[in-house]
Design a protein around this ligand. Structure first.
Ligand code: G6Q
Length: 544
């Protein structure tokens, strides 16, 4: 669908005008004007209580933002995705991660084929495999059961599995040791296998393409480590390696029995793949029932996204708020602050999801954008961040919209810990919004010279997501929520969130430089003077 340029949409002009009126209005004022605001500007969606009252918005803002979504064709775009249209036009692919969590018996057609059946066939295969490993029926070459599982993958084949493993560790089988190797830096592999007995170790090589330089280098190192450790021949590979991939040919070449390959499809993008077979390590850790519960959670959010009116649609609202701050307030970043230690890798996971998706400067039809696209996502779990970078959020010169995430029930109930944790998240959202005026500081008896230092301007916006407990389903909901919020943003910005051409240039250059570092003779270098000098110096230092 060809759209008028974003700035030419009527809602955009209205939002610009509206922003001029609202930018000077303080949240203190907005709350004073409407005593019910804190309850009114909330929604319940798929078990998430979403409080967006502490945003610099009025009913008019919401009306205009949802109008922008309509004028941008968001409803049509959502339907196009769910129908399996090739909305990833630059790669001519459908985008069907929603099919990964479609229940058995439902139908989603892709090129005339029902993919839901295929999805469940793979899930069943993963389940059978998981049962064999967890029961000890699957043994390594020497007959010992598998006690260690090492996932080798990078990017979308790593960040989701690591995040999900950490997030759902509470539910994991503690008799299995799970490790993850992604970086080409040999340290990653060396540390991941520290203390592991090769006879009890299984590697999952997770790579959609099975050609990724880092993953294949790590996989070969793993094979050498295993064969040396077991003093065995190639036959050991089939007992200690399985693959998650779409490339059966390369998997077989590596020596992995394709019986032990778990497939997925080109309509699952890397950063949208943690609920496909790429989640095999997750299933091994938490078991099939919990894994399926995670899928059901995502499914609930998918349904909500597809059916709820924009005004009550959680991913749509979150996405639109990000557009509001990015394009109208000039916010450059978005902080994600989970008050849940198990979600410590969520910000890193979301960095890929959001920034690899929407870090683009060209529209779907190839025009340069004249507005800002994805903000920089970042964050750390609370309360740790409070003792470090929150200073900047409270009193710095930048506007940093925050997503706070907290659960009412602790998984590890220890004395007063959880209430103190929750008190802190509520306190932070309140302090950011309302601040502390100079008059209040003075009234507390602060020395006059300290008053400016101790004044908090406030008016710092945040969302607060309150959920009951961090269950597998809750994680599935959060993942789908951010996926669809990202989709909403990409739709408004008229970009394709599903390709990633920007990672190609550096990859290609590295391929060219590797032989220049490895050659025995000093190589002819044809780079710029800086790169040439760095390569020479590196060779010299390395060989000294
Ligand atoms: C994700 C990206 C990227 C990809 C990795 C790994 O959306 O495409 O992060 O997941 O480059 O690719 P393979 O799974 O093919 O090894």
């Amino acid at each position: 669908m060809s759209l008028p340029a974003l700035r030419a949409l009527p809602a955009w002009a209205s939002l610009e005008q509206h922003h001029r009126k609202i930018k000077g209005v303080h949240l203190r004022q907005l709350f004073a004007d409407d005593p019910a605001r804190g309850e009114r500007l909330t929604i319940e969606a798929a078990g998430i209580h979403f409080d967006y009252s502490k945003n610099r918005i009025t009913d008019e803002t919401l009306r205009l933002l949802t109008q922008l979504a309509r004028e941008s064709g968001l409803a049509e775009n959502i339907e196009a995705m769910f129908r399996g249209e090739r909305i990833n036009a630059t790669e001519n692919r459908s985008v069907l991660h929603v099919a990964l969590r479609a229940p058995r018996g439902t139908t989603i057609l892709h090129d005339g084929r029902d993919v839901v059946g295929d999805v469940h066939a793979v899930l069943d295969k993963m389940e059978a495999f998981t049962a064999r490993v967890r029961s000890g029926a699957w043994t390594g070459l020497t007959g010992k059961r598998i006690r260690n599982v090492v996932n080798i993958g990078i990017g979308g084949s790593d960040l989701g599995p690591v995040m999900a493993y950490e997030a759902l560790r509470f539910y994991s089988d503690r008799s299995l040791t799970m490790r993850f190797v992604s970086n080409i830096d040999g340290t990653d592999f060396a540390e991941a296998v520290q203390g592991l007995d090769p006879a009890e170790t299984m590697f999952i090589v997770s790579s959609k393409t099975f050609t990724t330089q880092e993953t294949m280098t790590n996989a070969r190192t793993a094979r050498d480590w295993l064969l040396a450790g077991l003093a065995a021949g190639e036959a050991a590979v089939a007992r200690h390696f399985v693959a998650v991939s779409t490339n059966a040919e390369e998997v077989a070449k590596f020596g992995i029995d394709t019986e032990n390959m778990f497939g997925f499809w080109d309509w699952v993008g890397g950063r949208y793949s943690m609920e496909s077979a790429i989640g095999l390590s997750t299933m091994l850790a938490i078991g099939p029932d919990h894994f399926r519960a995670m899928l059901a959670g995502s499914r609930e959010m998918d349904e909500h996204f597809r059916t709820a009116p924009f005004e009550r649609n959680l991913p749509v609202l979150m996405g639109l708020l990000t557009v509001w701050y990015t394009d109208f307030f000039g916010a450059e970043t978005q902080a994600v602050l989970p008050y849940e230690q198990y979600l410590k890798r969520l910000p890193a996971y979301l960095q890929q999801l959001t920034m690899e998706s929407n870090g683009k400067h060209v529209t779907r039809d190839g025009r340069l954008v004249d507005y800002a696209t994805s903000p920089i996502y970042w964050g750390e779990p609370g309360t740790n961040g409070q003792h470090s970078f929150y200073q900047l959020i409270h009193q710095g010169t930048r506007l940093v919209p925050c997503d706070f995430i907290v659960f009412a029930k602790a998984l590890n109930r220890l004395g007063r810990h959880h209430d103190i944790l929750a008190a802190n998240v509520f306190a932070q959202a309140e302090a950011l919004a309302f601040g502390k005026t100079a008059a209040e500081v003075e009234a507390e008896g602060a020395a006059e010279r300290l008053v400016p230092h101790r004044t908090f301007e406030g008016n710092r916006p945040s969302n607060l997501l309150l959920m009951e407990a961090l269950t597998p389903a809750a994680l599935g909901k959060l993942v789908a929520l951010y996926e669809h919020s990202t989709f909403t943003q990409g739709t408004i910005w008229q970009i394709n969130p599903f390709d990633q051409w920007g990672v190609e240039l550096g990859k290609a250059l590295a391929q060219r430089i590797v032989p220049e570092l490895e050659s025995a003779q000093d190589p002819e270098l044809g780079h710029d003077s800086s790169s040439n000098a760095l390569i020479r110096r590196y060779r010299k230092l390395r060989d000294a």
